[in-house]
Ligand binder design. Structure first.
Ligand SMILES: [Zn+2]
Length: 366
């Protein structure tokens, strides 16, 4: 099975198949049912939560010849064309790669050529990456959109979208999926696709996905490609255990192993930060931890042993390293150095060790 295909194969085709975004679905379906769809939408939310899928479903239902109850039929010529990605009514532009004024001008010219009775839907992904000039061109069109044209702007970072653009569009926020809902979905996908995945691997997949349907299915794909067992690269416990044990050797060995397995140092650093964040949340606000129960218990145990102060210091340090890594000729070296420092710093002076090795946090005035 080709990589990345699971997500495409199980991509939602109707609003009712979109998971965990009930508020968005309700707003869009009601608008369609009452013929009151907006001409500009901003879909914001973490990657892999269904923003582009929703935009495509909206494009489908607006041009569907048998739309029922705000849902596309997914069978008429128009629906099939949208799904195949060759409909003349849907145009997608990735602002991250086509952020120039020319691309935007081209798109706007197309937008003004409307075909009667059809809705033209323009999907602009990662709209916060548009150049200033392109943004100005878009803004002009959003102020006076041609009839039957709908703009769907998608972004992972709504704060970076200019306030003027935000004021011209209806903002709908997408959320990460609750863990139990995602687990249900992944189990269903694995069964439906006939994948054999061990329970341990399934839990690792959910951890890796962090609430994003796309990332979770990509992780599932990776696991199933390696025979249904958990690839060693998915284990971040090693780093945390090294911090707890103040063992630089263990941290460096874990890094060397991960790099050898083909992990990119930057992604790895991001994953360690995410892991530390889960540790932090499990101490401060356990209800916000997006992990399967069994995994959440393991993280909580590690977090207790590491201690809140050491976790926060590690998150800060890793955050700095991530910024430095952007321009570093050798990001691996930066991560090496950071890990050595962290295994020392994590020792801290604000933790006392009890007989059972549990770290106790004492308040600090920083
Ligand atoms: Zn249809």
């Amino acid at each position: 099975m080709a990589t990345q295909s699971l997500y495409r194969r199980y991509r939602p085709r109707r609003f009712s198949e979109l998971r965990g975004q009930e508020h968005v679905v309700r707003a869009l379906r009601n608008a369609v049912i009452n013929n009151r769809e907006g001409q500009g939408y901003l879909f914001s939310g973490p990657r892999g939560t269904g923003k582009t899928s929703s935009a495509r479903i909206l494009a489908k239902v607006l041009n569907c010849t048998n739309a029922i109850d705000g849902e596309p039929c997914c069978e008429c010529d128009s629906c099939i064309a949208v799904e195949a990605g060759n409909s003349y009514d849907v145009h997608e532009l990735d602002a991250a790669s086509n952020n120039g004024v020319d691309a935007m001008r081209d798109l706007i010219e197309k937008a003004s050529l409307s075909s009667p009775g059809r809705h033209k839907v323009y999907i602009l992904d990662e709209v916060h990456m548009l150049s200033k000039g392109a943004e100005a061109a878009l803004l002009k069109t959003l102020e006076e959109p041609p009839p039957h044209v709908v703009f769907v702007l998608a972004t992972t970072d709504p704060q970076k979208v200019s306030a003027t653009i935000r004021s011209r569009v209806q903002h709908l926020e997408f959320h990460l999926l609750p863990m139990d809902e995602l687990e249900q979905h992944v189990r269903w996908v694995a069964a439906d696709a006939g994948l054999t995945v061990s329970e341990e691997a399934l839990q690792a997949v959910l951890t890796q996905g962090g609430g994003s349907a796309r990332d979770t299915l990509s992780a599932l794909e990776l696991v199933s490609a390696s025979g249904g067992d958990m690839p060693d690269t998915l284990a971040y416990d090693e780093f945390i255990e090294a911090f707890i044990a103040h063992d630089p050797g263990q941290a460096l060995a874990a890094l060397a192993f991960a790099v050898q397995q083909g992990r990119d140092p930057r992604t790895l650093a991001q994953d360690i930060v995410r892991y530390l964040r889960d540790c932090f949340l499990s101490l401060m606000a356990p209800e916000l931890v997006q992990l399967p129960d069994q995994r959440a218990a393991q993280v909580a145990d590690q977090a207790m042993r590491m201690g809140a102060a050491a976790i926060v210091r590690s998150m800060e340090k890793m955050g700095e390293i991530l910024v430095e890594m952007r321009h570093a000729p050798d990001p691996r070296l930066l991560l090496d150095v950071a890990l050595v420092q962290l295994t020392h710093e994590a020792a801290g002076n604000d933790m006392r060790r009890q007989r059972h090795g549990r770290a106790v946090v004492t308040p600090r005035a920083t």
